[in-house]
Ligand binder design. Structure first.
Ligand SMILES: NC(=O)c1ccc[n+]([C@@H]2O[C@H](COP(=O)([O-])OP(=O)(O)OC[C@H]3O[C@@H](n4cnc5c(N)ncnc54)[C@H](OP(=O)(O)O)[C@@H]3O)[C@@H](O)[C@H]2O)c1
Length: 329
């Protein structure tokens, strides 16, 4: 089968398109004929060797697989031909992938493979962070950093679906316009010197209730200061490259909390949450409450170009890679 192979730690330029043997499913795994996989920032960390855990080289990156079941273990509930999406550790940028039965989900009618790929890692991670970790409530104020990126735009849409007032922060007017289109009530450019004051003004007397942060770096300190009484700061990633240090004294007075949320660790510790979240997301999609924005569709051989748009901070919403003709989705 054709696959994108990472043979050495580095950037997207070292990835190669190669013919490799098909993966062999374990007894609790399905084999998927993959149609689509979306591009995620974590792919960059994984191919760079800086992800939490490193796969053994060489490996195929790609965090999800949307496609049809090629084979499934007896009793799994899946049949060849079923349309599914699966969450993977890696392996999605290939014509075939194996996935654990418990992390494979049937696609409802009306959910295309592209959409499933765009919806899976980004939206599941974001929904877990907002609902299960930060416990965002309707009428609260949600601050979203990196608001036009994969998880950021998902957070804007999910924040609105959950009934929150959403303040979106991004680096350029174009990115802010996308966040506004996705439902943000207020949009603020963090390159403005007074962006923290603008967030405080937009959040009203009580301040920000929840900050969703996939960026870290220099945005962390000012964003933490906007949290009001009982505010929760949920760290999901450090796209800016630096994990911030937490000034503990700034948590004490306002009963603030800084929390971490990781899809990868939900997979180990609370797999039921993944299935419930996936079902919730499909329902919200059917009701028109969320709509992943796919800004670019690329054939498998152009996966590295897709990854470059994230590395160079040019990506908006989701980039989706196709292993087969897009018409097949
Ligand atoms: N914890 C989890 O479960 C989980 C799940 C998925 C993703 N993540 C993490 O969340 C982060 C974002 O992932 P994503 O897929 O949404 O990425 P993305 O689409 O590339 O979005 C990242 C955003 O970060 C901002 N940014 C600031 N400095 C940057 C830099 N030096 N390089 C690139 N972007 C920079 C950009 O917004 P502005 O230009 O507007 O500042 C960009 O829109 C990553 O760290 C990823 O690993 C975590």
């Amino acid at each position: 089968m054709r696959a994108i192979v990472c043979g050495t730690w580095g950037g997207p330029e070292q990835l190669t398109l190669a013919e490799v043997p098909e993966p062999v499913p374990k007894p609790d795994e399905v084999m998927i004929d993959v149609h689509a996989c979306s591009v995620n920032f974590a792919d960059l960390l994984m191919i760079g060797g800086t992800y939490q855990t490193r796969p053994a080289l060489p490996f195929v990156p790609g965090l999800e697989a949307a496609g049809t079941i090629a084979s499934a273990p007896e009793g799994s509930g899946f049949q060849p031909g079923d349309r599914v999406v699966a969450i993977l550790w890696h392996g999605g940028y290939a014509e075939q992938a194996v996935a654990s039965v418990r992390e494979t989900f049937l696609l409802p009618a009306g959910v295309s493979f592209d959409l499933a790929a765009a919806l899976t890692s980004a939206y599941v991670s974001t929904a877990l962070a907002l609902i299960r970790v930060a416990h965002l409530k309707p009428s609260e104020v949600l601050l979203v950093l990196g608001a036009s990126g994969g998880v950021g735009l998902a957070a804007v849409q999910l924040g609105k679906a959950l009934g929150a007032t959403v303040i979106a922060v991004a680096s350029t007017p174009d990115k802010l316009a996308i966040a506004r289109e996705a439902g943000a009530d207020h949009v603020i450019r963090h390159t403005d010197g007074d962006w923290k004051e603008q967030v405080l003004a937009a959040s009203g007397a009580s301040g920000v209730s929840v900050c969703f942060d996939p960026v870290g770096g220099p945005l962390f300190g000012p964003a933490l200061s906007t949290l009001g009484w009982g505010g929760r700061y949920v760290l999901v990633g450090f796209a800016a490259g630096q994990a911030p240090s937490i000034p503990a004294h700034r948590l004490l007075v306002k009963h603030r909390a800084v929390l971490g949320s990781s899809l990868r660790y939900f997979r180990y510790h609370d797999p039921a949450a993944l299935r419930e979240t996936m079902e919730q997301l499909f329902a919200w999609y059917a009701q028109g409450r969320i709509l992943p924005r796919i800004t670019s569709r690329l054939p498998l051989e152009r996966t590295a170009d897709g990854l470059r748009t994230l590395a160079e901070r040019r990506a908006i919403g989701k980039v989706v890679v196709h292993m087969r003709e897009p018409g097949a989705t």
